[in-house]
Design a protein around this ligand. Structure first.
Ligand code: C2E
Ligand code: MG
Ligand code: MG
Ligand code: MG
Length: 291
């Protein structure tokens, strides 16, 4: 767990981490209340193409606990997942994200939003129908919603999962395969899942510019995805050199702190408006040419 926290750079929540401590149960109760009280927020992180165009925003859940401060998503999502609270969390996230998409659309900002869903969601009966109903209620076209899933959706009941995902894509919702490369038998999964986008996990991207093996893995993944007709997004792009390497490898889009971290809704609106139709420009590229 320590390593994970270091990797995400989140510094907040300190306590013992045994799976069923009173502490964990306390946190579960607090999360349930926080959802009811609308104290859980969504931040949005842009995905940008190499020409600077914003191809979408990923909704990332944020919870500031009144006493403990910021609780990292990895932590409370694991609790929600193992306690049966996940469907409620996902409903909350979908509802909030679609409400925000509707507001942005009314402001002339037609940017698609991606929501992370868990294997639990994909296995819950009626999930596809409830997503479709929610889109209709918000007056948001299905093409403005993307769902990020991981290979874990296929571990439990692959046939059921595939049915749900096919129903969702049938409604016009786009599917994205998150954290690619961290599961197992990834190639089999790629063939079975109706996804249109693949996200290369940050752990391969982080050392792309310095580690030749990671660079080779990224290159092969991009080529494979393209040969299957998928778009490729690289997660966790933090520096210029990585951005350039990915562009040279013909990756389609990037996400990462180089472009922007996840931002609260108002800041995201300002970020989108400030870029307008020019999209995002790298700071270096924005400098006037030397004379
Ligand atoms: P993810 O979907 O793979 O999201 C990417 C994570 O990488 C996010 O962490 C994001 O803040 C972080 N990140 C983005 N750019 C950079 C970068 O340049 N460098 C580094 N070091 N990190 C970067 P976050 O927000 O802590 O979320 C962690 C995970 O929690 C997510 O991984 C996702 O699996 C899960 N999650 C977040 N929100 C939700 C949600 O609403 N529902 C569900 N089911 N899961 C969620
Ligand atoms: Mg994601
Ligand atoms: Mg990811
Ligand atoms: Mg990840």
């Amino acid at each position: 767990y320590q390593a994970k926290r270091d990797r995400t750079g989140v510094e907040a929540y300190e306590s013992k981490r045994d799976s069923n401590t009173p502490d964990r149960l306390g946190l579960l109760g607090d999360l349930r209340r926080a959802l009811d009280a609308h104290e859980v927020e969504l931040h949005y992180q842009p995905k940008v193409r190499f020409d600077g165009q914003v191809s979408g925003l990923e909704a990332l859940v944020r919870w500031v606990h009144p006493e403990r401060g910021r609780v990292p998503p990895d932590e409370f999502i694991a609790i929600a997942e193992s306690s049966g609270l996940m469907p409620q969390l996902t409903e909350y996230v979908l509802e909030t994200a679609l409400g925000q998409v509707a507001v942005w659309r009314s402001q002339g900002l037609f940017v698609p939003v991606a929501v992370n869903v868990s294997p639990r969601d994909v296995h819950s009966p009626g999930f596809a129908g409830s997503v479709a109903a929610r889109l209709a209620r918000h007056g948001v076209p299905a093409g403005a919603l993307q769902l990020e899933i991981t290979e874990h959706v296929l571990l439990e009941d692959p046939t059921r999962a595939a049915d749900t995902l096919n129903a969702l894509t049938g409604h016009g919702v786009k599917m994205s395969l998150d954290d690619f490369g961290t599961g197992y038998s990834s190639l089999v999964h790629l063939r079975r899942l109706p996804v249109s986008e693949l996200k290369i996990d940050r752990s391969f991207v982080a050392r792309l510019a310095v580690d030749t093996e990671d660079a080779e893995i990224v290159r092969c993944t991009i080529d494979l995805a393209h040969s299957l007709g998928l778009l490729v997004v690289a997660e966790g792009v933090e520096d210029d050199e990585t951005w350039e390497r990915l562009r040279d490898l013909r990756c389609d889009a990037v996400q990462g702190w180089l472009v922007a971290a996840a931002m609260p809704p108002d800041e995201t609106t300002a970020w989108l408006l400030a870029r307008g139709s020019r999209g995002w420009q790298r700071p270096a590229a924005a400098l006037p040419a030397a004379t």
